[in-house]
Design a protein around this ligand. Sequence first.
Ligand SMILES: C[S@@+](CC[C@H](N)C(=O)[O-])C[C@H]1O[C@@H](n2cnc3c(N)ncnc32)[C@H](O)[C@@H]1O
Length: 243
Amino acid sequence: MKNKEWFRTWFDTKYYHLLYRNRNEGEAHRIIDALLHLLKPPPNSSFIDVACGKGRHSIYLNSRGYEVCGLDLSLNSITKAKKLESTTLNFLHHDIRNPFPIQDCDYALNLFTSFGYFDSVEEHVKMLKNIRRSLKSSGTFVLDYLNVSRVMQDFCPMAEETIDGVKFTISKAVDGNRITKTINVQDAEFSGEFKEQVMAFTYDNLCEMMIESGFVIQDTFGDYELNRFATDSPRVIIIAQRR
Ligand SMILES: C[S@@+](CC[C@H](N)C(=O)[O-])C[C@H]1O[C@@H](n2cnc3c(N)ncnc32)[C@H](O)[C@@H]1O
């Protein structure tokens, strides 16, 4: 049932933004600067930021002279991002499993593990095909995903953290091909539990799905400085071109 999907609730809470407070503008500038240096998009190129959250990458890209449209399912995040809209910066509340209301982009970005949330490989391929259709022919797609082998190396089944008076108790489990985080939140005004569940897609799985969806893999990097991908890299960053 749609209202039971974990990603509809967790990402729309203030607790998600508090727990991941280090995933901030500074980090967004770092990866965008590195990508602009690598890809050298001509001035005024257009970007789509797929699952843009509050728009930290979109806003910075736009300030660097590019036309940007961000899509996200979180109404709270999109409402916040919309306050910064302009003629060259737009945000849309959209479920990325459905065809996108925008086409002919030069570049598509899907950053900070905004993938792997759905129940089947087919749904992920459907999302990748939507991304492909939003691009011009030969447009470029950047997918930034967790590196499952590094996650397994660093695996910590239980952690506790208190941030601004909110206590987070996080338990992690690997069940089959999914990594599940259960996040217990204790706040003065709220106590409850959220779930974060990501498919344990390997680099090879990601490449297979991208190729099936009509992309050609061009390059792979392993962190936000765009060092080469290795099995212990923190990230898998795949650069692909629309076939
Ligand atoms: C880990 S956050 C990353 C957000 C943003 N890319 C960033 O780096 O700040 C994942 C995002 O995916 C969005 N999301 C999850 N499922 C979605 C869906 N079906 N359609 C659109 N957005 C979705 C969430 O609302 C959330 O903002």
